[in-house]
Structures are given as C-alpha cells and as structure tokens.
Design a protein around this ligand. Structure first.
Ligand code: ATP
Ligand code: MG
Length: 418
C-alpha cells in the first residue's frame, strides 16, 4: 500500500487524554481511534495487526480440531436465568437492554449458555462427542475501570473455545492439548519468553484453572513467578499448600506485574447440568457432558505487545503480526529514484511481501520518524545515493545501523519466511 493512499496519518504528539502507553502510541500512530473510555475503533493498520493475531490463533485452534462458529451478541435473558447468571449480583458486568415489547436482552459478556443451547440438538449419544467449538467475537463488559487502553475494553475481542467431553480423562486430554496450543500461539506472537503458565483457583470444579500471564509493568495482576521452572501462581492460590503441591519454593518466587492474555478452565457440568446437555453412553446410561472453556484476548494482546515491545521511537511489531513487513522509504522525486522504488515495490508485492510504500514528497527525517513510529519491522531506503550504487539501504526496526544490500540479497532477505 502507498502511504499517499492511506487515509490515516501519524500525529506528532500523543493524545492528552490517555494515560496508558499502549493507547497513546496506537492512537498517535493511527492504529486505533478512541470512541470513549474503554471503547476503541480499529483503523486499517490496527485491524491488520488484529487480523494477523486472529489468524495465528485460528490456525492453532484449527490444528487441534477446533471448529469455528459465531454466536450472537444479543442474548436471551431466559437461558442465563437457567444458570443463575442473569442476576447483576452474579455477573456484575452485564450491559442489558430491552426489545420494544419490553423483553429483556443482554449483550454477551461470554458465551457458555448460548453455545450449550446451540449444540444441544446435535448431542445425544457418546458417538456425538468429543468436540471443540470456538469463535472470535466481540464481547461486552461493563468494566468498572477502563484505564489500560485496549488492554481492558468495555467492548473487546475474545477468542473463546469450549470443549465437550464424555469422561474426565477425555476432558483432561483435551485440556492439555489446548494448553500446548496456547504456548504455540504466544510463541508465534513473539511473546513466548515473557508469557508464563500461571496456576489460579479452579473454583468449584477443579483444583486449578490456568492463566497465561505476560510479564509487563502495565499488567493489572501480580503473579509469583519461578523463572527457572517457567510457572507462576496467582494471588488467589499463593499459599503454602499449593506451593508444596507444585514443588515451588517461596524463596525462589519473584512477585511481578503481569497481564492475563489467556485463561483456561475446567467447567465439569456447571453449565451442562442446569441446561441439560446430556448424552447416552454405550450402556444406555445418561450423563452430563463435561465442559471446558478457553479464552484469549486478541485486542488485549495488541496492547500488551505494544507495552512490551515499543521503544522511545514508537511501536515495534514482530514480523508475524506487523501490519506491513516492509517500510519502503523513497527519498526524492527524481525519475530514476521513483522508477527504482516503484520497481522494488511491485516486485516485493508480487512475491507476497506486504510493503508500505512511503511515496510522499516529504523530508527524509519525517519518513524515518514515521517508519519508526509505525513499528514496521524492516525499512528499505531508495535514494539518489542507492540508485547510484545500484543497491538498497536496509535497516531492521530494532537495529541501530543500516547496511547496503544488492537487489538480490534484499529480496531473498525479505521473502524468507519469518
Ligand atoms: P481479567 O481477569 O483480566 O478481568 P477475565 O479473567 O475476566 O479477565 P476471561 O473471561 O477469562 O477474562 O476472558 C478471556 C480473555 O479475554 C482474558 O484472558 C483476556 O485476555 C481477555 N479479556 C478479558 N477481559 C477483557 C477486557 N475487558 N478487555 C480486553 N480483553 C479482555
Ligand atoms: Mg482473570
């Protein structure tokens, strides 16, 4: 894409009304627009990152047999009453509304109830199980605090997956498979090293649930981390019994701030019981289906990654999720320079490389500042000097120095898979 065609522009200054670094930078770079506190629009660049994150999540969920669907935002109060979760005392983040005839509706804050109802017609016998269903969908939560930019939205994107199993052993196997898929997601997002499996309370249904926590000063949680063992416990389960059971020593735990980027739960028959999702086994006996739920927050992830990776010049994106892989800065409007830059742009684009081509008639300093602020991982400069030397100037966003490369080595570098 050409910069002259992109309707968003970078701004010289960060917005005054934002405190969170992620929102300040993402707004300044034109990735998002603030509608109101905790509610953000994803502009073209931001949407590209969000979609790239979702693609990675989708690929990993599909690889373990997840089947994608899309539930509705509008929620029927009746089904939530059946599980006791319609009450504002039980779920304190509901946005509720009404039909013209006064029937109560809600905007989905999570989707266990409607999914159970939607799969029920298809689940009768042991032969219909197990399966995994997921969606990537907008959730609505009337969060009390919305000061962390896109890390805590009142309207935000969630990947929520649900497992349906016959036996505890079958559930445990699926749960472990999802856990491994989650590790792969964070690895591919470029935050594998900073993201730790964290033991949390399992509620009434299992001993533990697990959070995936990314260590960051901007996080709202505190976790107690054993860096060697690469596991942590959260506040709720930080007690001597749990530590002993997990083989952790208090003296080796480090208290660190972290952001929850995923959460996996064993639900047993918490929902299948009241909503009567049952199956008949080989012997003709009826049982409740055993469920699990598995969340990841793609929009929170953009915030977390921004907080972690950005430097004093702006955003920094990993190749796997960057809105564009290459920032092609053309310096000058000489025919030869324009021809060389156009040619490289066409060739890279034809090889499937996403290029943001700065074809503006602007000063070099302005172009370099934008390349840095936007966080595009690879910068290529075409100028009178590079044309004269029949080469290109190349620099990685995270490197200080550039180097001169031939067209051939540049192209092989940029078309190499990440
Ligand atoms: P938190 O503890 O941060 O309030 P949660 O435990 O309520 O989150 P879940 O209901 O398990 O979160 O949601 C699954 C995932 O969705 C979370 O791990 C997080 O990544 C993301 N998420 C939850 N709430 C928000 C929010 N308000 N804004 C953005 N992402 C969110
Ligand atoms: Mg949580």
């Amino acid at each position: 894409m050409r910069v002259t065609q992109l309707f968003t522009k970078t701004s010289k200054t960060a917005p005054a009304d934002e405190v969170a670094k992620n929102a300040r930078l993402l707004i300044q770079a034109g990735y998002i627009h603030k509608e109101m506190a905790g509610v953000y629009t994803f502009l073209p660049l931001g949407l590209r990152v969000l979609e790239n994150i979702c693609t990675i999540i989708r690929e990993e969920m599909d690889a373990i047999g997840g089947q994608e669907l899309k539930l509705t935002t509008l929620q029927d109060a009746e089904i939530w009453k059946a599980t006791g979760r319609w009450d504002d005392e039980a779920v304190d983040v509901w946005f509720k509304t009404r039909l013209k005839n006064d029937t109560e509706l809600g905007l989905g804050p999570t989707h266990e109830e409607p999914l159970v109802r939607a799969v029920k017609p298809f689940v009768n016998s042991y032969k219909d199980l197990p399966f995994l269903a997921y969606q990537i969908q907008t959730k609505f939560r009337n969060e009390t605090r919305a000061k962390s930019g896109v890390m805590r939205g009142r309207e935000f994107l969630m990947k929520d997956m649900y497992s349906f199993a016959r036996t505890q052993a079958e559930h445990d196997e699926i749960y472990e498979k999802v856990k491994q898929a989650y590790y792969r997601v964070y690895e591919r997002l470029g935050i594998g090293e900073q993201t730790f499996l964290t033991f949390a309370s399992g509620g009434m249904f299992s001993q533990y649930s697990h959070e995936f926590q990314t260590v960051s000063e901007a996080g709202e949680d505190t976790i107690y981390l054993d860096r060697e063992k690469k596991i942590a416990v959260n506040e709720e389960v930080n007690n001597d019994d749990v530590l002993a059971e997990l083989g952790l020593e208090r003296s080796k735990l480090e208290a660190v701030k972290a952001a929850e980027v995923g959460n996996i739960f064993t639900l047993k028959d918490k929902f299948s019981g009241p909503l009567e999702l049952t199956f008949t086994d080989e012997a003709g006996e009826q049982h409740n289906v055993l469920m699990g739920c598995y969340g990841i927050g793609p929009s929170r992830l953009i915030g977390v990654i921004t907080e972690l990776m950005a430097d004093d010049k702006g955003l920094v994106w990993h190749d796997n999720i960057a809105p564009f892989k290459v920032y092609l800065a053309r310096l000058g409007m000489d025919d030869q320079v324009v021809a060389a830059a156009d040619k490289l742009y066409d060739e890279l684009t034809a090889s499937g490389v996403d290029v943001l081509y700065d074809d503006r008639d602007a000063r070099p300093g302005e172009k370099f500042a934008d390349a840095d602020l936007l966080g595009i991982p690879h910068r290529v400069v075409v100028s009178a000097k590079t044309v004269e030397q029949d080469s290109f100037e190349y620099k990685k966003r995270t490197d200080a120095d550039s180097s001169m490369l031939s067209a051939e080595s540049l192209k092989s570098l940029l078309t190499r898979p990440a």
